[in-house]
Design a protein around this ligand. Sequence first.
Ligand code: AMP
Length: 278
Amino acid sequence: MDLIVARNREDLVKARAGGEVALVPTMGALHEGHRSLIRQARVRANHVVVSIFVNPLQFTPNEDFSRYPRTFDADLDVCREEGVDVVFHPAVEDMYAPDRQVSVSAGEMGRIVEGAFRPGHFDGVLTVVLKLFNLVQPDLAFFGQKDAQQLAVIRRMVTDLNLPIEIVGVPTVREPDGLALSSRNRFLSAQDRKVALALSRALRAGAAELTPAGIHATARAVLDAAGPELEVDYLTLVEPATFAEVTESYAGPAVLAVAATIGGTRLIDNVILTLTPS
Ligand code: AMP
């Protein structure tokens, strides 16, 4: 079957097939990370919808909305190669009426960690994701662990608003040298890219430690050694579901998350680790 490009709800309804429907929301500029989500979706559902929408609501005013990479034709090729059934590619004006009033709030979870540096970002994410859920009406939706706090707030929305959708988290896809794939990596110069490797290196080194204090100190030392080109926003060890900072006595799964800017490009990365009682 040929790939269908849907622009609105009517197109989506026409393209809808029976069986399980999976949604993979993206902002386009598709890479191996997105391919991994699509492949997982293919395994779980017989009808896979990929949305490609650069969502203005999740960019803060000083961020790169207009500069964000848009590679729609190449994205369609990726979707064809991966056996996607439908690409949903709405226009901004069709998603957001000028007189719209109602939106979703991520609550306190949207104001901590990444949210502290990007006010309104997670509200914008949840608003578009809920709209995509309503438009596509999927049984399952796939999100990357790369955006761990996004995954956590989406799971929270599904719980708090009783959405009948299974959320599937997919492990982060990395370059062989450890750099997490991101649509923004293309903005890194060769030198920036070398500096950016400190993020995954710091997470790996931290994850080899046993206590929160040891994890912090080891990861921080690797970040500091990268020099002043690496401007760190945060390095934090949090509980995966709430993004609350773990205490020294915490036992269980934790996310070690980092955000930093290199040569004007802001990157985030994280690893999941397990803390055992000492
Ligand atoms: P984006 O297009 O950057 O908004 O990402 C769309 C989806 O792909 C989100 O669920 C991301 O978490 C996921 N994603 C982005 N980068 C990666 C990666 N390197 N590995 C796995 N998933 C990713």
